[in-house]
Ligand binder design. Structure first.
Ligand SMILES: [Mn+2]
Length: 356
């Protein structure tokens, strides 16, 4: 089967000679190997070469399948030599590299035409946006841990406990069961803090009558899960129930109606219409969702400004919310993948209002 490097080479324009991939998420996509900020991948039509320093060389030689692994001693000189050996006249680079990197490459690869114009990045995004079955399996594994963590933490939420202690408990739960990390820092916020969509857990003690919003995900095999649940501690007020049910109605409507052929903007509008007409116009400030995979936020988005047509194999979050400053907020989020005629929701955690 064709590996990701070969797929990329085949999808590049006529006359493609070489691409240099150095940004971490793209390197991971091509190599299935995480080397933090180190390593340079050269993709040629007939072979790929991964230059990596001595800190990673042993594990890279054992695990990297899609490229020849070469130990790096003098990065720029070795890349220049490989380009020369392959008779490269024009090199494609990612548009995400830093200005400093671009200047270094420009000085080191004299006589080679450099293409920073986005051709390579667009070709990589076109591959990454459609998830393969093996990538979806990793997201499902990340989501399974995320679901298990929700069940676990619901059993520990009670008045008098600090937000940060429960956020830490969630991290320990997922890491100790094999998560390679967190998809992003855990949002565990309570009471009036829940009106801040991306609030940071602090020393606040949970109180009777609070809403708790948890937005988090495990990372598994390099891929992210993303889920949000809002639960009540003790009996919620009538207003809290109304807001919760409005967000839930919007979230369920999107899950029911989302299918290939729609745009992200059209799915966003379904949720926005329900929230606006319930009297909360202007209280749903963010977009409905985003794609996810190796990175927690990938394109396309479900937002009023994204007219990308959704296709089978694209992942997306569906996360409407209502935020009432100084009072409380509610957000409910699932991650999904577009199928031939609708969606598959990765998670299985309950979305009905849980009163603890
Ligand atoms: Mn999200």
């Amino acid at each position: 089967m064709e590996n990701h490097c070969q797929k990329l080479a085949r999808s590049m324009p006529e006359g493609f000679e070489a691409a240099l991939v150095t940004t971490a998420p793209n390197r991971f996509y091509f190599l299935d190997f995480d080397a933090d900020d180190a390593g340079s991948l050269l993709i040629f039509p007939d072979e790929s070469v991964f230059l990596i320093d001595s800190r990673y060389i042993e594990v890279a030689e054992k695990t990297v399948k899609s490229a020849k692994v070469v130990e790096e001693h003098d990065r720029l000189a070795q890349i220049a030599q490989l380009l020369h050996q392959h008779g490269v006249h024009r090199l494609y680079l990612e548009e995400e590299i830093t200005v400093a990197e671009a200047a270094r490459f420009g000085a080191a690869f004299e006589g080679i035409e450099m293409d920073y114009g986005g051709t390579l990045s667009r070709a990589i995004r076109a591959l990454r946006v459609i998830k393969e079955p093996e990538e979806l399996e990793r997201i499902r594994s990340a989501q399974k841990l995320t679901d298990d963590c929700f069940t676990h933490i619901c059993g520990m939420i009670r008045p008098g406990v600090r937000e940060i202690d429960l956020a830490l408990e969630m991290e320990v739960f997922m890491r100790s069961r094999g998560a390679s990390g967190l998809a992003f820092p855990i949002i565990f916020i309570s009471g009036p803090n829940t009106s801040m969509p991306h609030g940071v857990p602090g020393e606040r003690l949970i109180e009777e009558g609070d809403f708790i919003t948890m937005d988090y995900g495990a990372r598994w095999g390099g891929y992210c899960a993303d889920m949000t649940r809002t639960v009540a501690v003790g009996q919620p007020s009538a207003e809290m129930e109304k807001v919760y049910n409005t967000v839930l109605t919007a979230q369920l409507a999107c899950c029911r109606e989302m299918r290939p052929g729609m745009t992200g903007a059209e799915v966003d509008a379904i949720a926005r219409e329900i929230i606006d007409s319930a009297g909360y116009k202007g209280r749903f400030g963010h977009g409905l969702g985003h794609s996810l995979g190796i990175e927690i936020h990938e394109d396309p988005r479900c937002s009023p400004r994204d007219n990308t047509v959704l296709r089978p194999g694209m992942t997306m979050t569906i996360e409407p919310g209502i935020y009432l400053p100084g009072k409380f907020g509610v957000r409910i989020e699932d991650s999904v993948v577009l199928t031939e005629d609708g969606i598959e929701i990765f998670g299985s955690s309950d979305k009905n209002l849980i009163v603890l």
